[in-house]
Ligand binder design. Sequence first.
Ligand code: NAP
Length: 325
Amino acid sequence: MAGARTLAGVRAQALLLLGGPEVEPLRAAFTDLVRFDVVRAHLARTISGPDRPHTPGVTPGVTAEVEETGMGRLDGRTALVTGSSRGIGRATAQRLAQEGALVAVHYGVDGDAAAETVARIEKDGGRAFAVRAELGRPGDVHELFLGLEQGLRERTGSTALDVVVNNAGAQTPAGVAPEDVTPEEFDRLFAVNAKAPFFLVQRALPLLSAGGRIVTISSGLTRVANPGQVAYAMSKGAVEQLTLHLARHLAPRGITVNTVAPGITDNGSAVFDDPEAVGAMARLSAFNRVGQARDVADVVAFLASDDARWITGAFIDATGGTLLG
Ligand SMILES: NC(=O)c1ccc[n+]([C@@H]2O[C@H](COP(=O)([O-])OP(=O)(O)OC[C@H]3O[C@@H](n4cnc5c(N)ncnc54)[C@H](OP(=O)(O)O)[C@@H]3O)[C@@H](O)[C@H]2O)c1
């Protein structure tokens, strides 16, 4: 079926380019139509990947028609995953790309790790490109969108964005007693975890397509007390408000906004190589294991898909039952 569509596309292009006066009215119609962004975007996607038709998002409440072609749930879509050079972000970028999305792999400082994410996606037959911007610094969002828009335009002919995953987060893995939290550390956590996602989403709004998706990664720590993580948990509590209020604001555009809250999740850092530490962390989950990055990525992929069209403003507990007590 994809082959037939490709052939039809090639024939149509050839006719428009090489045909005689008989296709002049068609050419005139195209000249009129390509003034519109959506038409240019669709044509660019068709030309750059004829077997991946753009599937615009659907309005919540309207059932998506699923073609039985083995296509991914996000074919023809574009996604930005912040902090996807490793950990949960990398697994999410890989998962969205497996579903067919073109993924912008954002990172702060580790360009090699971001390149590794892109390479893994391409090895699996997916499409991705890296975008650098250190969040929490002046001009961070502007820098990110310069790279993002250029990358999207080069690959799709448009800057249309379908999925935004706010994943990048500053953490204090060892924790800091409330008495010892400094104003500088507090500001750093809020700058990266709360302020950057807000202004990133604000900047993304004109690019987001109808039926778009915003998913923000919070933490189970907004629901369970851990004094050593008070400043981090406060910053995550703040970003959860983004979900609540923007879900209402963006519903008329068919855009859903949701929070995913992981529990302890193996992000490849050294502590997950220590069996004793892993055992202690595993006991916090009802399933008696630590989470894998893929456990969280799968939840994000579901929220990004049309299957989750009726979910917005939600806090999704992805802690493996840690919050059950
Ligand atoms: N892992 C857990 O147990 C756990 C539990 C609950 C919630 N979470 C949340 O889940 C998300 C992902 O966590 P993770 O453990 O997978 O993270 P991670 O392995 O530490 O990776 C963090 C990612 O974010 C990027 N990043 C960090 N600070 C940045 C900044 N200032 N500017 C730009 N990029 C930045 C990093 O890129 P560079 O290295 O290039 O800067 C990296 O790609 C975070 O929001 C975290 O708070 C994690």
